[in-house]
Write a protein that binds this ligand. Structure first.
Ligand code: ACO
Length: 318
């Protein structure tokens, strides 16, 4: 039996930090409102010369080093981004060129923003399990600061920039136990990012019905946890760490409660990083592995949800 396992992780956050107090000077908001409603204190913002490719390169190189691999060991690059540098070539191809490699499969995956990483992770797992490839590099890289309306206080306080990367490789012992992917297009209006006039491609800004999305997320994720545990005949008490998408601390707390998991077993980065869309799960994973919280052999539940709606999970023996 062949499985995939996490060989290495990496993360990159731009140097510039925008605090809630900075936002108080930009829109009609307060640090107190943002912290109470979301748990966010600050976010990182990409510099003018940074983009999804440059950030993906930084995170990807760190993950490869952690895995003890070189770029030409990689058989597949998947970049999950809804804020790519170009429509095409894909961010993955631009990254391949920066790595100085050629020939391996490389593509971008848009599973409606924040769910993207779980989709990319699942695809990489399937390819490794089937024996089609040996090593995959999956990177979430997002420049959300370029697609939010900085005059809209209901969305601009929520998002930030960054990239997170995971290298997956083959193993005889699990590894990634299972992944679960879902979507439901009837909720398309709760979170979306329209294209501008397609003759002069320019994106509009993120539109969100926060309240409805909050309730949908809590219900969807609760069912997703049940499905994930049942598929593996495991109990809530088997889980060592929840590594969730970082959208809102209240959603994360509700998920911890659902899993009967103390909050110190939940990896939370949104206080410092905000919601970095599809980069948030690998960034959280990388932080908790690097600071020694997540140890080899422990059981991780990862989950993501985003526009579409689309959502997914993975149960992983790290
Ligand atoms: N500062 C001050 N007041 C604000 C702000 C702000 N930044 N934003 C909104 N408000 C006001 C609203 O105008 C509203 O005022 P009103 O009562 O006078 O109309 C009031 O605060 C309450 O607004 P709600 O939208 O009801 O506030 P809520 O408690 O739902 O919190 C939030 C909003 C934080 C967006 C929450 O609904 C949420 O997190 N939803 C889920 C969002 C999510 O998961 N997004 C990401 C998923 S997908 C992805 O990551 C791409």
């Amino acid at each position: 039996m062949r499985y995939s396992k996490i060989l290495g992780t990496g993360g990159y956050l731009p140097e510039k930090v925008l605090t809630n107090h900075d936002l108080e000077k930009m829109v009609d908001t307060t640090d107190e409102w943002i912290v109470t409603r979301t748990g966010i204190h600050q976010r990182h913002i990409a510099a003018d010369d940074e983009n999804a490719v440059t950030m993906a390169e930084q995170a990807g190189r760190v993950a490869l080093e952690a895995a003890g691999l070189k770029p030409d060991d990689i058989d597949m690059i998947i970049v999950t981004s809804t804020t790519p540098h170009m429509v095409f070539p894909s961010t993955a191809c631009l990254l391949q060129e920066r790595f100085g490699i050629s020939g391996c499969a490389a593509f971008d995956l848009n599973a409606s923003a924040c769910a993207g990483f779980m989709y990319g992770f699942s695809i990489a797992d399937q390819f490794i399990r089937s024996g089609m490839i040996k090593h995959a590099l999956v990177i979430g890289s997002e420049v959300m600061s370029r697609v939010v309306d900085w005059t809209d206080r209901s969305t601009c306080v929520l998002f930030g920039d960054g990239a997170g990367a995971v290298v997956l490789g083959p193993t005889a012992e699990p590894g990634v136990l299972s992944t679960h992917l879902h979507a439901d297009g009837k909720h398309k209006d709760v979170l979306y990012l329209p294209l501008g006039n397609n003759r002069t491609p320019n994106l509009e800004s993120v539109k969100m019905m926060g309240n409805q999305l909050f309730k949908l997320a809590v219900n969807i994720l609760g069912d997703l946890f049940d499905e994930t545990l049942e598929a593996n005949q495991m109990q809530k008490s088997d889980i060592d760490w929840l590594v969730p998408h970082q959208a809102n601390i209240r959603i994360i707390q509700a998920m911890a409660k659902k899993l009967e998991l103390p909050l110190d077993r939940v990896v939370t980065t949104l206080d410092k990083q905000s919601n970095t869309s599809s980069a948030s799960i690998p960034l959280a994973l990388d932080e908790a592995i690097r600071d020694g919280r997540i140890q080899r052999g422990q059981l991780l539940l990862m989950e993501g949800f985003g526009g579409g709606l689309a959502w997914g999970s993975a149960l992983v023996r790290y």
